[in-house]
Design a protein around this ligand. Structure first.
Ligand code: SAM
Length: 301
């Protein structure tokens, strides 16, 4: 018997909370693990955006220690995932004293070793933002001064066991602009990040990401988990799309925020950026298109 009910956002350590689930019930996990050193969540909870109590870059966790901890969590996620279920992890490279730490690649190697299958790899192109590093190259454009602005994170999609094709309840999207449908079929997604200060959490991903992933990998009634739930983008979209949800976070403040956000209207952007090919000029160009009629879903209360 499972001791944990779904449709909840629970405060506590994710490993401990997941241990209360006795048999596989999760169809899809969407999550972004805590940053290794970039963000001190305790500090953000206590002092918010106070510049004198900056919560950025304060921690000192070794890469191995971080990977050990996160791999243990995703082992537990695998245990509670149904056969053929998916786990989507949004994670970017880090910079440590001028050297890139390829966390998506390192974590992929670990999770394949522990039994997940790598199903898909999508690049989230942040379009309007990212870590800006090119300043000194712009001022001193010598060879070797070049450091690329980091404009992307990876969306790693893992699968538990063989792929189980499902066509029992219709298509993934019912009211999406067909041009955007084609764009989502590509392995690079162009989505602007949440503007700073818009949500009271240091690193929410935009609602478009769980919107797409939930639509692509589940049907209504399926269970969607976020073990690092933060501001609750995953749980909000799961509820909106008529899925069951389970969100876990060890900070009381974020749990309260995520619960409140379950009752807020959808905030998926009404316009999306797509790369279009101009046949006349024979060049690709950016184009803004209406997303589609997403806000009319009936099951959202
Ligand atoms: C990168 S943020 C997730 C942001 C989230 N995806 C969103 O869109 O708002 C990571 C979250 O994990 C939480 N966290 C870190 N360690 C945890 C643990 N052991 N158990 C539960 N939550 C944890 C932090 O409080 C933080 O809110």
């Amino acid at each position: 018997m499972n001791e944990l009910k779904v449709n909840q956002i629970i405060k506590g350590d994710n490993l401990k909370t997941l241990s209360k689930i006795k048999k596989p019930i999760v169809n899809l996990t969407i999550t972004s693990p805590h940053y290794r050193n970039a963000i001190d969540y305790d500090m953000h909870v206590k002092h918010g955006n106070d510049p004198k109590k900056n919560y950025r870059g304060k921690l000192k966790t070794e890469v191995k220690e971080y990977l050990d901890e996160v791999t243990k969590l995703f082992d537990e996620v695998k245990r509670v995932t149904v056969a053929g279920g998916y786990c989507c992890i949004i994670i970017g490279n880090e910079i440590d004293k001028g050297t890139l730490i390829a966390l998506p690649a390192l974590l992929t190697t670990r999770l394949i070793k522990s039994g997940w299958e790598l199903h898909e790899e999508i690049i989230w192109h942040k379009v309007t933002g990212g870590a800006n590093r090119a300043g000194s190259f712009v001022q001193h454009p010598y060879p070797s001064y070049f450091r690329a602005n980091i404009m992307h994170e990876k969306i790693l999609v893992f699968r538990k066991g063989p792929n189980k094709l499902r066509r029992d309840m219709g298509y993934a999207f019912t009211n999406l602009n067909s041009k955007l449908y084609n764009e989502i079929a590509n392995s690079v997604w162009h989505i602007a990040p949440v503007p700073p200060g818009y949500i009271d959490h240091p690193c929410p991903y935009p609602e478009e990401i769980p919107y797409r992933l939930i639509s692509l990998y589940t049907y209504p009634g399926d269970v969607v988990l976020d073990p690092y739930n933060g501001s609750g983008q995953t749980t909000k979209l799961a509820k909106y799309l008529g899925r069951k949800y389970l969100g876990l976070d060890n900070q009381e403040k974020y749990v309260r925020l995520a619960k409140k956000r379950l009752r807020e209207p959808l905030n998926v952007r009404t316009e999306s950026l797509v790369l279009d090919f101009d046949e006349e000029k024979e060049i690709p160009r950016w184009k803004k298109i209406p997303t589609g009629n997403l806000n009319t879903l009936k099951n959202y209360k």
